[in-house]
Design a protein around this ligand. Structure first.
Ligand SMILES: [Zn+2]
Length: 280
């Protein structure tokens, strides 16, 4: 069961009870722009039914905020219902999806609905872009922005200048701490969030990847915490703290059991420092 709630004028958000993923539907003269499609073909079909129940037109286009299964495995259901609908995403999404197959996703390891996700056909974006793209929706428009790597290498935010909404994907998290997976970029994430913050006004409704909508102040606070993670990794590497001790030695703003990949990826991204001999 998927229910859309209106969070701004003709912008509806549905939170799936599976992984609390947000799916956003933007109404326009040309139909619905759908941002993310849920974690499986079956969920995608429920989302299609909920979009139809809105009575705001057919799906005009789809955007995937990144490659993780819970945001895009419903793509095939939308294509099934609306043949030929364009699916937009970052140019590196397909490479990232291939490098981190759904079957290897740790979030699915103990998931009772794992088989449902694995049985869902891939329907990757067929319209890709590098930095920014513009979607003309008739009476309003959407900007798709890749602010740089962060939660993954292919994160995209969707900005609707009117009515001042930013759909942030998993670059911003409300349902729990930011998710640092095996494809995260912990050292780049703060800078990418600076770019996203630059798109926000005090009135912007920010839709995170999971959880309730937030505002600029929330994003600024989370950016500061993500910045602490990055600076702590840099500090530990400079002090030649071995990777195996990093979680224990560092002072982290988030629970350490979610930072295993952040630390490993951060150490990997700072090899020149790691290999440097102490100067004194
Ligand atoms: Zn994600």
């Amino acid at each position: 069961m998927v229910d859309f709630l209106e969070v701004a004028e003709r912008v509806w958000v549905a939170r799936s009870d599976w992984h609390h993923v947000n799916v956003t539907a933007v109404g326009s003269e040309r139909g619905i722009l759908l941002v993310d499609t849920g974690a499986s073909l079956a969920t995608g079909r429920e989302i299609v039914d909920a979009v139809r129940a809105l009575g705001a037109g057919d799906v005009h286009a789809v955007v995937n905020t990144h490659a993780h299964f819970d945001h895009r495995l419903g793509n095939a259901a939308v294509r099934e219902a609306y043949p030929g609908v364009p699916v937009h995403g970052h140019e590196s999404l397909a490479v990232e999806a291939a490098a981190h197959p759904v079957a290897s996703d740790e979030a699915l390891a103990e998931d009772p609905r794992r088989d449902e996700a694995l049985a869902s056909p891939e329907a990757l974006p067929d319209h890709v872009f590098s930095s920014v793209a513009f979607l003309d929706l008739g009476d309003r428009y959407a900007e798709l922005v890749h602010p740089g790597p962060g939660h993954s290498g292919c994160d995209v935010v969707v900005r609707l200048p009117e009515p001042d909404v930013v759909v942030a994907g998993d670059l911003v998290e409300q349902a729990g701490p930011p998710s640092y997976g095996p494809d995260c970029h912990p050292l780049d994430w703060p800078v990418s969030l600076d770019l996203v913050t630059g798109l926000l006004t005090p009135a912007t409704v920010v839709v995170p990847g999971h959880g309730d909508q937030v505002d600029r102040e929330f994003v600024a606070h989370q950016r500061a915490e993500i910045g602490v993670v990055a600076e702590t990794i840099r500090d530990l590497v400079q002090r030649h703290v071995p990777l195996g001790q990093a979680l224990e030695v560092g002072e982290w703003p988030f629970p350490v059991d979610g930072l295993r990949h952040a630390v490993r990826r951060g150490y990997d991204h700072l090899p020149h420092l790691r290999r440097q001999l102490p100067l004194i």
